[in-house]
Design a binder for this molecule. Structure first.
Ligand code: NOJ
Ligand code: CA
Length: 706
């Protein structure tokens, strides 16, 4: 399927504009064919392009211009400080059930609006989010034929651009069967790209590649670029609802083109009226500016769930790492992890240390045998005989702890949908208010069965059908006051604003690869994730493996201090305390930070960072005067100078610093070299922090009574 898909893209990219097709035989027949072609291009309608609409950011530095050329083809470009960031890039669609929507367009009116509002996140990296942008809505109509019409909507912020197609209901386009969206992003400057491949078997779980832009293949988003003159860009999408996820494929000359995730018969089928997801271009001089941007959240619709005070940002422990170490099993039998006795021990551990959640995987019927292949055997309402679900839920409640539910579908998604409402109802009765879901199977192998007993169709994790599935889950879970943490998910596009019970997801190579992945996650991985995958939203990375060792003694390529830094560096409102209780007992100092660190924030700032090299992030605990800092490093030791000007003026703080000890390194016994020290600081101070190769630092800043 992937091969066919690429072939179809190639055909599309070879299609020449009709005026060139008319002239190409003549051009190539002459001895001076090349110069004639050049002359034709100069005289061509492309050269007669006219700017028909424009809109600038509130600070005036970013401008979007929309052009129509002599053929009536529409293009947009993005300038910053008058210099092109995105060159002329086409817009349009190829339909299965109609002519392509691309040429013979004319502008049929436009309207602009200014927005400057502030809204509050129920939980998040910051409490208040300012939405300050200028919007342009431009109406286009075909000059002949069916006179089909659509709007382009652009929102320009001080840190980037979002745009979408908005297609009204109309006689000639009652339903759109979209073969391809022709959106381009023609990057105007040479650049380095950080990206992972799309439509490969292992979904989103790849190590990031760092290549020249010209060597990007078929990539997922978010895709991060740094231009040779130092501008950082992130290409992604916002509000992926009832549509196929957008990948990017490199075209001829620095262009990246939309490549929608396939579906059957086409990537997207929608009745009009509808709007596409927003295509987003975040722009920042600092790498950290990408992380601080609220552009994607701002492009999503406001909260539809009302008060979600029932979701409590929190930390959780669980029967998890031992499964990945192969010490225990999901399946029943002598090694079964999800037993009543085991779970009671984990509840006791959580209660003793102030963690709210206990995740238990393998609690339900269906894991025995080859569970990867047996998704249709899962029963999401039936515990295994050695797991007293109701008794454990009551035991947990009595101790102020909540079990976290687990629904691994192994991609039998229709089977899961038939049970999920009653499964959520069961959990709700038992006080289980967070559920981790899972979609383990190769990409393109999601199983969809529209009617019981009917044909089983295959879908992609990022396709239109799955975009709808995830929202069915999230909406149904919300009715039962349950929050969702999806593994092997569809990409995050900021829908947590609209559905704040969609609290986290995986969608990248997580900590589990340090248990059994070959290779494990290298020191560059997490400092790349911060500037790529994490720009999309929270990740359930499952940090805190203080034993720094995976299966069969595999070394985790991290220092001890860096495991603590992950709690601040990799944002999620639910954070696993993922290692085994006996391993925390061996590292009481480090464990203290894990107990202390917050998971919900009033404010977040990137103090320092370069993509794939290092990052230091400061976050203020929600509703408390405490700050936390997490710093992480690639394999090269370095010293960061952190300006503490985020602290309150006039206040003194005790900085509790958990850092790499002398000689620490990401290899061998040096991984465990670790120092905890205290320092008095104020907002006027600059903290010098040495980070080992593969190292990190975690800091809690506590105001002192004056
Ligand atoms: C893959 C998930 O990422 C992991 O966390 C989980 O334990 C397994 N699937 C089983 O569901
Ligand atoms: Ca996974």
């Amino acid at each position: 399927m992937a091969v066919a898909f690429r072939r179809c893209l190639r055909v599309a990219s070879l299609r020449l504009p009709s005026f060139l097709r008319r002239h190409q035989r003549a051009a190539f027949a002459t001895a001076a064919g090349t110069s004639l072609l050049a002359a034709l291009l100069l005289l061509s309608p492309l050269a007669q392009a006219e700017t028909v609409a424009r809109v600038a950011s509130p600070d005036g530095r970013i401008e979007v211009q929309l052009d129509l050329n002599g053929e009536g083809r529409l293009a947009y470009r993005v300038l910053r400080d008058g210099q092109p960031v995105i060159r002329d890039s086409r817009l349009g669609f190829i339909f299965r059930n109609g002519r392509q929507l691309l040429r013979n367009l004319r502008l049929d009116g436009q309207a602009s609006t200014r927005v400057d509002t502030t809204w509050e996140q129920p939980w998040g990296e910051r409490r208040e989010v300012r939405d300050h942008h200028n919007e342009l809505r431009a109406h286009f109509v075909e000059k002949d034929g069916d006179h089909r019409r659509f709007d382009m909507v652009f929102r320009v912020f001080d840190d980037g651009v979002g745009f979408r197609y908005d297609i009204p209901r109309q006689p000639a386009l009652r339903q759109a069967q979209i073969v391809q969206e022709l959106t381009e992003f023609a990057i105007a400057r040479p650049a380095t790209a950080w990206w992972i491949p799309a439509l490969e078997w292992n979904r989103e779980e790849y190590l990031y590649r760092k290549t020249p832009l010209a060597e990007v293949g078929l990539a997922q988003t978010p895709l991060t670029l740094r231009t040779d003159d130092g501008l950082h860009l992130s290409l992604h999408e916002a509000a992926l609802v009832d549509y196929a996820g957008m990948n990017l494929v490199r075209g001829g000359d620095g262009e990246l083109r939309a490549a929608l995730t396939p579906g059957s018969p086409v990537p997207v089928v929608r009745a009009t009226p509808f709007a596409t997801p927003w295509r987003t271009i975040t722009i920042s001089e600092r790498a950290g500016g990408l992380v601080e941007s609220n552009l994607i959240l701002n492009l999503n619709e406001p909260n539809r769930l009302g008060d979600v005070g029932w979701f409590k940002p929190s930390k959780f422990v669980g029967v998890w790492w031992s499964l990945h170490l192969n010490q225990q099993s999901w399946a029943t039998g002598p090694e079964h992890g999800a037993t009543t006795a085991n779970t009671r021990r984990m509840i006791d551990f959580a209660a003793a240390n102030g963690f709210r959640g206990v995740l238990v995987e393998g609690w339900n019927v269906g894991w025995d045998g080859d569970w990867f292949a047996n998704g249709w055997n899962f029963d999401f309402r039936k515990p295994t005989p050695d797991y007293d679900l109701a008794g454990l839920a009551a035991y947990a409640t009595a101790k102020g702890v909540h079990l976290i539910g687990h629904h691994e579908t192994a991609c039998a998604v229709s089977h899961y949908e038939r049970q999920m409402d009653s499964a959520f109802a069961l959990f709700q009765r038992l006080g289980i208010d967070v559920v981790k879901t899972g979609y383990v199977c190769d990409a393109g192998q999601i199983e969809r069965q529209d009617a019981p007993g009917g044909a089983v169709l295959r879908e992609w994790h990022e396709g239109q059908w799955m975009s709808n599935h995830h929202l069915r889950v999230v909406r149904d879970a919300a009715r039962h006051h349950i929050a969702i943490d999806a593994h092997e998910p569809i990409k995050d596009t900021g829908l947590r604003r609209t559905y704040p019970n969609w609290v986290a997801r995986e969608g990248a190579r997580g900590m589990e690869y340090n248990a059994w992945g070959r290779p494990p996650n290298p020191p560059e991985h997490e400092v790349t994730l911060v500037f790529t995958r994490l720009l999309a939203g929270p990740m359930d990375y499952t940090p805190g493996i203080v034993s720094l060792t995976g299966r069969d003694g595999q070394e985790i390529q991290s220092t001890l201090a860096r495991q603590l830094a992950l709690y601040v560096g990799v944002y999620s409102p639910i954070q696993m305390v993922a290692d085994l209780p006996e391993h925390y007992a061996e590292h009481p100092q480090a464990f203290q930070f894990i107990k202390d660190v917050a998971v919900d924030w009033d404010e977040s700032r990137v103090l320092a960072g370069e993509v794939g090299e290092y990052v230091a992030i400061a976050r203020k605990q929600r509703g408390a005067p405490l700050w936390f800092v997490g710093a992480m490093n690639d394999r090269h030791p370095r010293t960061l100078s952190l300006v503490l000007d985020f602290l309150d003026p006039g206040k003194h703080y005790r900085a509790e610093i958990y850092r790499d000890g002398e000689g620490a390194d990401w290899r061998g016994a040096a991984r465990f070299r670790f120092v905890r020290d205290d320092k008095a600081v104020t907002r006027g101070d600059v903290l010098s922090l040495w980070l080992a190769g593969g190292g990190g630092a975690a800091i809690r800043l506590v105001p002192l009574d004056d």
